[in-house]
Design a protein around this ligand. Structure first.
Ligand code: PFF
Length: 450
């Protein structure tokens, strides 16, 4: 049955696809800029702690539920529920995940469209087409819609090819390209004047800024967003993993790749900011705060590239190309959530499901663009700050309390006969049951009453 639904053909394919989902704008843009404004290494430490102590165990909950049920999130939670009440809550959780994944994609496609536009702007500058370059880098409804549609088209094209021919094949190509591009950029930027100052800000912790409750909530949202948790993406990717594979190891690899790319991106973005400062580009506001995250990416860095002449055009192109790839490997995993559900639940063909759902999401993106000031920030906050941790909490509850304990332990033994001797076996089953939900609740209580 599993192979009829599609299955990753190799361990490498799965790790690239799941890491591709995890590594995205959140790593290369979100993490470094948040670290820059929130105490540098102190933020890094909190982020790493949350990633290992909370996000990895929560990721394992999704992967294990998915592989156990070999189904999308709605069906998986329904299948493992012992009675009608849990079944109903499970189905609602799965459907909420499907809606949240679609909403995340609706704003993600807008931002990813900007990345493609900026990438093409560098090309136009190279060809001496200055007018085109100016249009591509200025904020207009037409530009935003065109590039959002282009990005959605790419996402739809890949997802319509299925798990092996689409998700796995493209992740295996794009992820190595992403890593090489990122490393080249880091090496280059570190040779420029001013880079060392950025490194200092990144690596010297300022705990006063990092220990505020608000910031810890942001770091929680960032960790969940970064590992693509709480929407059912990882559950679905887990459902495409063969029973022969050792899931705790695969999940560990995905977490490591995700964290490493975020940390590496910090070595690019923070030094680049201080190189820009060195070149006379302002990176602080009048009150001494760091300028906003979007100004940094779309104004400061392009200004920096423009001070570097021809090399700057190449570096600018490479940087936005990197961002576009990172966005694409993530967006395909978002679209797979509603698509897998629709195919499995309603029996319609993959191609039709992809086009209809992709089309609806593009319409939602257009509505956001039409009401940009009101909706853009709201959709981001509602999905990433609140919905992802809440749904992640629900997945932990289902993996810790609802699924039959024997079934869970049997699932853990698959592909890993010696697991009973290891630490994961001793810790994770109670950890996901008690510790993960408690940490999420504690952080949430801070938001509500702190
Ligand atoms: N993990 C992606 C990032 O860091 O940019 C974002 C993401 C992908 C969120 C897939 C949710 C998702 F389902």
């Amino acid at each position: 049955m599993a192979s009829a639904r599609g299955e990753f053909t190799s361990r490498f394919g799965f790790v690239m696809a799941a890491a591709g989902s995890a590594v995205g704008l959140g790593n290369i843009w979100g993490f470094p800029t948040q670290a820059a404004s929130n105490g540098g290494a102190a933020f890094l430490i909190i982020y790493l702690a949350l990633a290992f102590l909370l996000a990895y165990p929560a990721l394992m909950a999704e992967l294990i539920l998915g592989r156990h049920a070999h189904a999308n999130a709605v069906n998986a939670l329904r299948k493992i529920s012992p009675g009608p009440l849990f079944r109903r809550i499970g189905v609602s959780t799965g459907i909420a995940g499907f809606i949240v994944a679609s909403l995340i994609l609706s704003f993600y496609a807008i931002v990813a469209g900007w990345m493609i536009a900026f990438c093409l702007a560098s090309l136009s500058a190279l060809l001496g087409m200055d007018e085109a370059s100016t249009w591509l880098t200025s904020f207009s409804f037409t530009r935003n819609v065109i590039f959002m549609l282009l990005f959605m088209g790419l996402t739809i094209g890949i997802i319509s090819e299925g798990v092996r021919g689409g998700i796995e094949r493209w992740s295996e190509r794009l992820m190595p390209a992403l890593l090489v591009t990122l490393v080249l950029l880091v090496v280059y930027v570190l040779t420029l004047d001013g880079a060392m100052e950025g490194l200092k800000v990144y690596l010297l912790p300022d705990f006063e800024r990092a220990l505020s409750p608000n910031l810890i909530i942001s770091a929680l949202g960032a960790a969940f967003f970064s590992l693509s948790l709480g929407v059912g993406t990882m559950l679905i990717y887990g459902s495409y993993v063969s029973d022969k594979e050792n899931l705790p190891v695969l999940g560990g690899m995905v977490t490591l790749v995700d964290i490493s790319i975020a940390v590496l991106a910090g070595f690019l973005v923070l030094p680049a900011m201080y190189v820009a400062l060195h070149q006379g580009v302002e990176i602080f506001t009048a009150t001494g705060e760091l300028i906003s995250e979007d100004t940094l990416i779309f104004t400061v860095l392009p200004q920096l590239f423009s001070t570097m002449g021809f090399t700057g055009i190449i570096v600018g192109f490479t940087f936005f190309f990197l961002m576009s790839i990172a966005a694409l490997t993530s967006s395909i995993s978002m679209l797979e959530v509603p698509v897998a559900y629709t195919i499995e639940e309603h029996g319609i063909s993959r191609k039709r499901a992809v086009w209809v759902i992709g089309g609806v999401i593009a319409v939602v993106s257009t509505v956001i663009l039409l009401n940009f000031a009101e909706l853009f920030g709201l959709v981001i906050a509602a999905t990433t700050r609140y919905s992802q941790p809440i749904l992640g909490f629900m997945f932990c509850i289902y993996a810790g309390w609802v699924i039959d304990r024997n079934a869970l332990l049997q699932e853990l033994k698959k592909g890993n006969p010696g697991i009973e001797q290891g630490l994961f076996w001793k810790i994770w089953p109670w950890y996901v049951k008690v510790v993960c939900p408690l940490i999420i609740l504690a952080i949430f209580a801070q938001t509500l009453f702190g």
